[in-house]
Design a protein around this ligand. Structure first.
Ligand code: AMP
Length: 305
């Protein structure tokens, strides 16, 4: 049984202090699926694009073994477009525009045979769409959800319902603070866990990630990268690597979830090294495993005397 991924498939225009691009391949489901494709198969992508979405991008996704049966292509419709500009401090990003296009009327339809997929990743889209997907999938599925500040501010009720229903919530530190009105991340995490999810991952950008669950906390280091060209999709590729590894191993023990966090971090570290999805196009498992081992070294120390 496969890994079901729902989210945005987008054309991104991104500006950083180093370069800019227009209408490049992007979207939460795109980054997630590409990252997961290095770990597992089959991957079923559920999303929507217009007929302005290039065949080249479709081929790129298909060449990574991603099943696009659930990708709706709307005749005469316009693909979701997002524009963002990064500051010199790459942790700071302004959204320049969001053009919903075909997203405005998107009604995710999970093909019959994929409704039994045991692993479901709800990428960043409106929480009402995430709820729609949850209502179509198997009650026993292992569900993971990502979100963003926009939905915390504008669709709180629906988002709370999603959080109540999923097994894992992945958010970043500022979103955790926004969600709970709490500046301390440990207290924020406790408050979020009380809302429902069994596990919570708080990403801290270039400072690593925290995993909470089963009365334990695991702190994943950040990879010390010298060249970050485009942070877009870092969070999504983290989620894709995380879930791809769990789907492949089928092991949901806390120890294995810790490994999944490191694999997610490893893939994300490749994503940010190039513009758009370029950093995720030509990876292989050997490179990912090497980086996984480097992560291990980063946090290893002995007790001394
Ligand atoms: P991240 O850098 O992980 O926040 O993800 C960036 C991706 O999210 C971009 O490729 C965008 O196309 C996509 N994105 C931005 N805003 C939205 C939104 N409101 N709904 C869905 N996807 C979005």
């Amino acid at each position: 049984m496969g890994l079901l991924i729902v989210g945005s498939v987008a054309l991104d225009s991104v500006e950083t202090p180093f370069d800019k691009i227009e209408d490049a391949l992007g979207g939460s489901a795109t980054y997630i699926s590409l990252a997961a494709s290095y770990f597992t198969a089959p991957i079923h992508l559920i999303g929507v694009v217009g007929d302005d979405f290039s065949k080249e991008y479709i081929e790129l996704l298909e060449n990574h073994g991603i099943d696009l049966t659930g990708l709706q292509i709307i005749e005469g419709g316009k693909t979701f477009r997002w524009g963002g500009k990064y500051h010199y401090d790459l942790n700071m990003r302004d959204t320049l525009f969001t053009e919903l296009g075909v997203f405005e009327t998107f009604d995710p339809q999970i093909p019959e045979k994929e409704r039994n997929d045991r692993f479901v990743l709800l990428g960043n889209i409106h929480p009402s769409l995430q709820l729609n997907v949850l209502s179509q999938v198997n009650d026993n599925a292992f569900t993971v959800c990502d979100t963003m500040n926009l939905w915390i501010e504008t669709a709180r009720e629906e988002l709370d319902e999603v959080v109540k229903q999923v097994n894992v919530l992945i958010i970043n530190d500022s979103e955790a603070r926004l969600m709970t009105n709490e500046s301390n991340l440990i207290i924020a995490a406790r408050k979020i866990m009380e809302m429902g999810p069994k596990y919570l991952i708080i990403k801290k950008g270039e400072h690593g990630a925290l995993l909470f669950g089963e009365d334990q906390v695991f702190s994943a280091p950040a990879y010390p990268l010298e060249h970050i060209f485009d942070p877009t999709g870092a969070g999504d590729s983290f989620a894709g690597g995380f879930m791809g590894y769990l789907h492949n191993t089928g092991d949901l023990s806390f120890e294995n979830i810790k490994r999944a966090v490191i694999y997610g971090s490893a893939v994300a570290s490749f994503c940010v090294g190039k513009f758009s999805v370029k950093g995720l196009e030509d990876l292989d498992m050997l490179q990912i495993k090497d980086r996984f081992r480097e992560f291990k070294k980063l946090a290893l120390f002995n007790e001394g005397d």
